[in-house]
Write a protein that binds this ligand. Structure first.
Ligand SMILES: [Fe+2]
Length: 662
């Protein structure tokens, strides 16, 4: 039985194309397809095992997938360089004009070609150097200890199986180190060490000469985020320059004014900061240096230009690209204010590599739709599960590069998801391994957010007529915890006559979702999700609560304690009597199913990739829109028209006691 190999150039192209449908291949089919030629008995055993693995994955979370890099058993690789095998990459020098992204052509071949052959991209190029962490579960000292940053099957190139020669184009980003391309045979060997240990092992048979960006240390991929106050914008970026080599700074100015230079702080982390595998072992990659500068005392709504840079000891400056941003409005300011909300976007490779797991099939569509629409929104909330690096740290660079066209121009506010934070025995609320050993460190370092302690991912953002209270569903939120105190403080300290639009957000569904996995557990939420919080949402009249984690779209009626407070579906006005709950987890990762029975409170469901846009026209009028990533068009919407007295009006459990005294 010789199944055709994973993905053809044509199908890969369609994976990355617009209008990608919600259909996805099942994990079993993908894993079987990835194994290449084996005998039938082995195949039957593997199919059975794969089904078990898929069932286990399905039972562990609302929606999980396979990190493509985890499919490679790099630590089991043997090295058998073959005289007839070769790999060549051109050009040797990248980014000659200062580009941070380049396409390279990789040519390769050998006499005993196989459907199992694959090309790995390594960075640094000297991927076999240094000590192996050699965790106890590996038998003996592994020959290779570093996962590639991406890979592609050799027969992705047409006629490789016929001629034994192929050519693939890879898209590389500047990641502070050089690159090498390696040809492997023997498959990826990842499915089962019990069944397949002696049958298939990756064999390294050829390696290219290294290629590199002209300045691998160059500052790249700026990320804006609102600071502690409305008049403060922060910019965070990545470089290869430690503070001892060059001073990081941002040069910025309002249009027509003399530019100011503001120094940046520098952070990094090391392998020892990781909590487990693979982040601590084969997934580790040096993160370089992450710099953050604060641009303060901004004039509301004014356009600013900025440019990141590093001053070298000789006084010369290495510049990043120039960008502009619009300063946030003051709290309560009456102006047009537009907000994007989604979760669970993930990353994908534009060259079609790493796609065999169909890991985040809608990611590029969402990114590209938001890039095309940059002029029509002001601030973005990505509420958790960002790259799904799962301990393969190179993927954080790929993600920051993918969203850079957005983050360089709009404040990009994030929340912590299970794929950023969760690891057993590290103080999180969920003792699972979803972060691949990252335990929150990359997320808390690569991005800025105005939390008092960035290890606790909760913070508030005032944006004009909005207040956002962003919670951390990976840490305990229940009554009596520090996070509960923060949530109550955030909700209670906003002056609703000036900031009428009060929004709660967290990654996991602490509100309501008719996702099939929750239903299979007998609920419509995370365990104890809303039990403590719903009285706060009601008492402080939260307009909307957003969640991700479940990879689809769903919105409820305005509700409290499982009950709809109105039958209205699209035009809400008058007394505010409940919170509207929204799942916006269809940012890009593979989609989640619903229960077959639709709960009464579920007003609209869409199992597709998409995001939400809020538009506040003034203090009384808000427009909610759900858009699909595939075409950017609106598929669900409603309006809220409300005056201040409608927020003050008392409904069930929403007011303090009154006295009869006059
Ligand atoms: Fe999640």
């Amino acid at each position: 039985m010789a199944p055709s190999i994973p993905i053809s150039p044509q199908s890969a192209a369609s994976t990355n194309s617009k209008r990608l449908s919600s259909a996805r291949l099942c994990a079993s089919a993908l894993m079987v397809a990835s194994m290449g030629s084996r005998d039938d008995a082995t195949m039957v055993a593997v199919i059975a095992l794969t089904a078990l693995l898929a069932a286990a994955a399905a039972s562990g979370s609302p929606a999980e997938g396979f990190q493509p890099l985890s499919k490679i058993a790099i630590h089991k690789t043997t090295v058998q360089l073959h005289s007839s095998a070769y790999v060549e990459a051109t050009p040797a020098l990248l980014g000659e004009q200062g580009e941070d992204t380049e396409w390279v052509t990789v040519k390769y071949g050998w006499a005993n070609q196989s459907v199992d052959d694959w090309i790995a991209v390594f960075s640094p190029a000297d991927f076999n150097s240094g000590a192996c962490p050699n965790p106890s579960r590996y038998l003996g000292e592994p020959l290779l200890c570093t996962a590639p940053i991406k890979y592609q099957y050799a027969n992705y190139s047409a006629n490789y199986m016929y001629w034994g020669k192929g050519s693939i184009r890879f898209r590389l980003i500047n990641q502070r180190a050089d690159f090498a391309f390696a040809l492997f045979t023997g498959g990826l060997e990842n499915v089962s060490s019990l069944l397949l240990l002696s049958l298939h092992q990756p064999k390294l048979i050829a390696v290219s000469e290294p290629i590199a960006f002209k300045n691998p240390k160059a500052p790249v991929f700026p990320r804006l985020a609102q600071g502690n106050t409305h008049d403060e914008m922060t910019v965070t970026w990545t470089s290869g320059y430690d503070i001892s080599e060059a001073y990081p700074f941002v040069e910025w100015s309002v249009a027509g004014a003399q530019p100011t230079r503001t120094p940046a702080g520098t952070l990094t982390f090391n392998r020892g900061s990781m909590c487990g595998e693979p982040a601590r072992t084969i997934g580790w990659r040096d993160p370089g240096f992450i710099h953050t500068a604060f641009m303060r005392n901004l004039w509301p709504n004014k356009e600013y230009s900025y440019k990141i840079g590093h001053e070298l000891p000789d006084g010369s400056i290495v510049w990043g690209k120039p960008y502009t941003f619009r300063a946030p409005p003051t709290p309560g300011q009456n102006s047009l204010q537009r907000v994007i909300v989604f979760g669970d976007m993930g990353k994908a490779e534009r060259d079609g590599s790493n796609e065999f797991a169909n890991y985040q099939p809608g990611s590029l569509n969402t990114t590209d739709t938001l890039v095309e629409d940059l002029d029509n929104y002001d601030i973005v909330f990505h509420i958790g599960d960002m790259p799904y690096a799962n301990g393969y740290l190179s993927q954080w660079d790929q993600f920051t590069a993918q969203v850079a066209p957005i983050t360089a121009k709009k404040p990009y506010m994030i929340a912590s998801g299970n794929h950023e934070r969760d690891w057993p025995n590290t103080g999180g609320f969920f003792d699972v391994k979803d972060s691949g050993g990252e335990c929150g460190v990359p997320a808390e370092t690569y991005y800025y957010y105005p939390a008092e302690n960035r290890a606790n991912f909760w913070y508030k953002v005032d944006y004009g007529m909005f207040r956002f209270c962003v919670a951390d569903s990976e840490h305990d939120w229940r009554e009596g915890t520090p996070q509960y105190s923060f949530i109550e403080h955030c909700l209670s300290t906003v002056d609703r006559k000036h900031q009428p639009w009060l929004i709660f957000a967290a990654h996991r569904v602490l509100g309501y979702s008719s996702n099939s996995w929750y239903a299979s557990q007998g609920s419509f939420e995370e365990p104890e999700g809303r039990e403590s919080l719903q009285k706060l949402w009601q008492k402080y009249r939260v307009d909307m609560a957003f969640f991700g984690h479940v990879h689809n779209y769903e919105r409820t009626c305005p509700m409290y304690q499982n009950q709809c407070m109105t039958r209205e579906r699209s035009r809400y006005s008058g007394t505010m009597n409940g919170t509207i709950f929204v799942v916006a987890g269809g940012g890009g990762s593979h989609l989640s199913d619903y229960t077959t029975a639709i709960p009464r409170w579920s007003v609209f469901r869409d199992r597709d990739f998409g995001f939400v846009k809020l538009t506040a026209f003034n203090h009384s009028s808000l427009l909610f829109e759900y858009k699909k990533s595939s075409d950017g068009k609106v598929y669900d919407s409603f309006t809220i028209d409300r005056d201040y007295r409608d927020v003050l009006s008392c409904v069930h459990d929403s007011c303090f006691p009154t006295t009869l005294a006059t």
